[in-house]
Design a protein around this ligand. Structure first.
Ligand SMILES: *Cc1c(COP(=O)(O)O)cnc(C)c1O
Length: 395
């Protein structure tokens, strides 16, 4: 059965993903089961998406309840779950308004459009350039791709959009050199996820914010991966004592349901007037009712605090491994967004872990990334650490 599904998939699905050869059928909390009945502890969480784990009963209930009364009516009308979700986000962040869409890339498209529109409204059309970071990742649609600082992701898709410039992450001098009166925004991830779990140096974001203020440019934080508690704060910007002007969210906002959001301060959000931007499915009742349950659960079950504690425990365990294995070069990250750089290809480690019942992820060839549901238990972390401790000497 497994080989049938794999074979069929390999003939009918676009070959954009090189998949791990297991067919996953169901999940509960931090455990997934494949069609052969084997179980796996999930340290990927659908790429930092299922922060509350799989098959959360409250989310399932919210979904089925809403499914029975109303799926969708479009944004031509008001609907309650959308307003409640937006209110929660506004009450819990720097932002005053929310634009809902369906993915991270789409949220970033909205952020880029809003930044340009903001200055166009002020008759400052020459201010259209966006500075983003080398090794950044902002998504695969054309503007998000243009903002992404990785050549391998842009290769073959030229011409990408005009007006995007790049500087190295953590390099204030280069930013100072590049920024000008034609810069409308500086766009960054608070911690580069796809780029290799790369953290900001102390004081970096404060300096970035100062430079933005000096030149009148907006600061856009792409919190698609870092948002919703992943780093041990609800939003990662809270670590750095500054606030962005615009923030994008997606991944964990729906715990697996497709939703993206672009949040902004009132004076900036004003630039999106009637008819300037839209999304058919954005904020539709079926998705926002589930997402509302997600954010309420994060709050009620103190998920952010839990992530902070578990993340610190996990990090200590990874550092313990580093002391024992020469092959480990670096351990880094925040909360439960952790990376381990190794002096070998990461692919074989992913496969070896999978065979022992653990799903982990490898990025940039040699960086193992650990992004489990935020409800992961210490015993589950201990079991993975034992597994890695056994695997490393065999590489
Ligand atoms: C995943 C990710 C995106 C893209 O999100 P999609 O929902 O896949 O479009 C954008 N930015 C960051 C930081 C991400 O991690």
């Amino acid at each position: 059965m497994k080989t049938d599904i794999k074979k069929k998939s390999d003939t009918v699905i676009a070959q954009t993903y090189n998949r791990i050869p297991i067919v996953i059928e169901k999940g509960n909390q931090c455990t997934l089961w494949d069609t052969e009945g084997r179980s796996y502890t999930d340290f990927v969480a659908g790429i930092a998406v299922c922060n509350l784990g799989h098959s959360h009963p409250e989310i399932a209930k919210a979904l089925s309840r809403q499914a029975e009364i109303l799926l969708h009516v479009s944004n031509l009308y008001y609907t309650l779950p959308q307003v409640e979700l937006a209110s929660w986000l506004v009450n819990n962040s720097f932002a005053d308004r929310v634009f809902f869409c369906n993915s991270g890339a789409e949220a970033n498209e909205a952020a880029i459009k809003l930044a340009r529109k903001y200055f166009a409204e002020r008759d400052d059309e020459n201010r259209y350039k966006i500075i983003s970071m080398e090794k950044s990742f902002h998504g695969r649609t054309m503007a998000a791709l243009s903002a992404t600082g990785q050549d391998k992701i842009k290769k073959g898709f030229d011409p990408v959009l005009h007006g995007f410039e790049f500087v190295p992450f953590n390099d204030i001098k280069s930013l100072e050199k590049k920024i000008s009166s034609s810069t409308c925004a500086v766009m960054l991830e608070p911690l580069q996820g796809e780029g290799g779990v790369r953290c900001p140096d102390p004081g970096y974001f404060e300096a970035v914010k100062n430079i933005c203020n000096k030149f009148g440019a907006l600061l856009i934080f792409d919190e698609v991966q870092t948002g919703m508690g992943r780093t041990g704060k609800l939003f990662a910007y809270e670590h750095f004592g500054i606030e962005p002007d615009i923030m994008t969210l997606a991944k964990a906002l729906g715990n697996g349901l497709p939703i993206g959001a672009m949040l902004a301060r009132e004076d900036i959000a004003q630039a999106f007037g009637y008819g300037t931007h839209a999304s058919t499915f954005g904020g539709t009742p079926i998705i926002t009712s589930a997402s509302l349950k997600v954010v309420q659960t994060i709050e009620n079950e103190k998920i952010v605090q839990r992530c902070k504690e578990t993340g610190e425990y996990f990090r200590q365990k990874l550092l313990w491994l580093k002391d024992r294995h020469e092959i480990i070069e670096d351990v880094r990250g925040l909360g439960l967004l952790l990376g381990m750089k190794i002096r070998a290809a990461g692919g074989p480690v992913v496969v070896a872990c999978m065979k022992k019942g653990f799903l982990i992820n490898c990025i940039q060839d040699n960086i193992l990334r650990f992004i489990p549901p935020l409800i992961i238990k210490k015993e589950e972390i201990d079991a993975l650490v034992t597994c890695l401790d056994e695997i490393f000497p065999t590489l």
